[in-house]
Design a protein around this ligand. Structure first.
Ligand code: NAD
Ligand code: TYD
Length: 365
């Protein structure tokens, strides 16, 4: 279908913000409302300069969601809101069940009440999920695809698997028009510095250790966030209702390879721009030492999945999807973005983005 009035849940988080920006650049006909409760991962400053309206609310507030769907005449809901960090799910799984499972059910119930009541109206509920629901791969295994059996290993993955099943059930039982995409590890602008790439990048700039879990030979399929957004938009406009689409970056890399790429890129940036040594005097690269000297192997994450990889055949053949950036290019752009957007990540690191959100949004919700 052709979306017109889109509700983006979790639109103040990493991928949601990039999706809003992608839509504004590529689908200027759409009106975008963001629904986000502004957890630690939600940063309204990331939406600065966009035309999206931010409504601060919890996806578990079914009445509020129903009112939004009615009042804004929403025809398309793209569901990103989630607790998304595996390490946090190990230490505090309850929040993952609350948001990822209960929250998704609440959204589905709101969508059903508004979109399927009476004669119904054209609609789409797109659910954004992860390849982690499929479990872990051995080195020679074929990559995950849409028919891979579910085998989630972390509380995060289990909660996302639960949400995927609910979305499927609301389609089969009630006729809600849904699509789901399962993607691999995203990277790019506006990512909260708890995930591997932004955490290591900022640690390297500040001369802090780069904590490598276990032997660092775990493999992920790295997907630039803009390619992911392109894939979701293709599912919205060309995907088949009730179907699942796997979206990957075609860049299977061991963590150590990613980390070595990151360290080498930072060293090269300092070598070509002497101003960086003044801005980041604690970086080894400011003193001609390799960033790789910060690499530190630490205790492995419990239950750490060894390998993820995605086979995008369905998305390619049905939607014409293909990742447009290889990792070298995507990472170089990401490094440049973090170097150019120091105020953004400073506000995240010192917590002031939260005060800004409180002042500008919470009171108005
Ligand atoms: P994120 O943690 O950066 O952002 C999540 C957003 O959801 C935040 O803005 C947060 O405030 C909001 N949120 C959390 N709980 C909420 C609630 N109860 N009500 C309303 N809003 C709430 O996450 P992300 O990396 O942007 O991931 C977005 C989606 O993509 C998630 O569903 C995640 O599972 C999925 N995904 C992410 C990746 C990745 O590499 N980042 C990979 C695969 C799938
Ligand atoms: P992460 O960005 O947390 O994504 P996910 O766990 O969803 O794949 O981690 C990516 C990989 O990097 C994963 O194998 C765990 C590893 N990792 C580290 O080695 N050290 C760290 O400090 C972090 C955050 C991740």
């Amino acid at each position: 279908m052709t979306p017109a009035n889109i509700l983006v849940t979790g639109g103040a988080g990493f991928i949601g913000v990039n999706f809003v920006r992608y839509l504004e650049a590529n689908r200027p006909d759409c009106r975008i409302t963001v629904l986000d409760s502004l957890t630690y991962a939600g940063n309204p400053q990331s939406l600065a300069g966009t035309r999206a309206e931010l409504v601060v609310a919890d996806i578990r507030d079914q009445q509020k969601v129903e009112a939004l769907l009615q009042d804004r005449e929403i025809d398309t809901l793209v569901h990103f809101a989630a607790e998304s960090h595996v390490d946090r799910s190990i230490h505090g799984p309850a929040a993952f069940i609350e948001t990822n499972i209960i929250g998704t059910m609440s959204l589905l119930a709101a969508a059903r009440a508004v979109w399927l009541a009476g004669s119904g109206r054209p609609h789409r509920f797109h659910h954004v999920s992860t390849d982690e629901v499929f479990g872990t791969l051995a080195p020679g295994d074929p990559p995950f695809c849409e028919t891979t059996p579910y085998a989630p290993n972390s509380p995060y993955a289990a909660s996302k698997a639960g949400s995927d099943h609910l979305v499927r059930a609301w389609h089969h039982t009630y006729g809600l028009e849904v699509t789901t995409s399962n993607c691999s590890n995203n990277y790019g602008p506006y990512q909260f510095p708890e995930k591997l790439i932004p955490l290591f990048l900022l640690n390297a700039l500040h001369g802090k250790p780069l904590p490598i879990y276990g032997d660092g030979q775990q493999v992920r399929d790295w997907l630039h966030v803009e390619d992911h957004c392109r894939g979701i938009e293709a599912v919205l406009s060309q995907g088949t209702v009730g179907e699942i689409y796997c979206i990957g970056g075609g860049a299977e890399l061991a963590n150590l390879t990613v980390i070595d790429t990151l360290c080498a890129a930072i060293d090269a940036a300092f070598a070509s721009d002497p101003g960086l040594a003044t801005r980041f005097p604690d970086a080894p690269a400011a003193h001609g030492r390799p960033s790789a000297t910060l690499k530190t192997h630490v205790q492995d994450r419990p239950g750490h999945d060894r390998r993820y990889a995605i086979d995008c055949t369905r998305a390619r053949s049905e939607l014409g999807y293909a990742a447009q950036r290889d990792f070298a290019q995507g990472f170089a752009e990401t490094l440049a973005w973090y170097l150019e957007n120091e105020p953004w990540w400073r506000a995240v690191m010192d917590g002031s983005y939260r005060d800004w959100g409180e002042r500008n949004y919470r009171d108005r919700s």
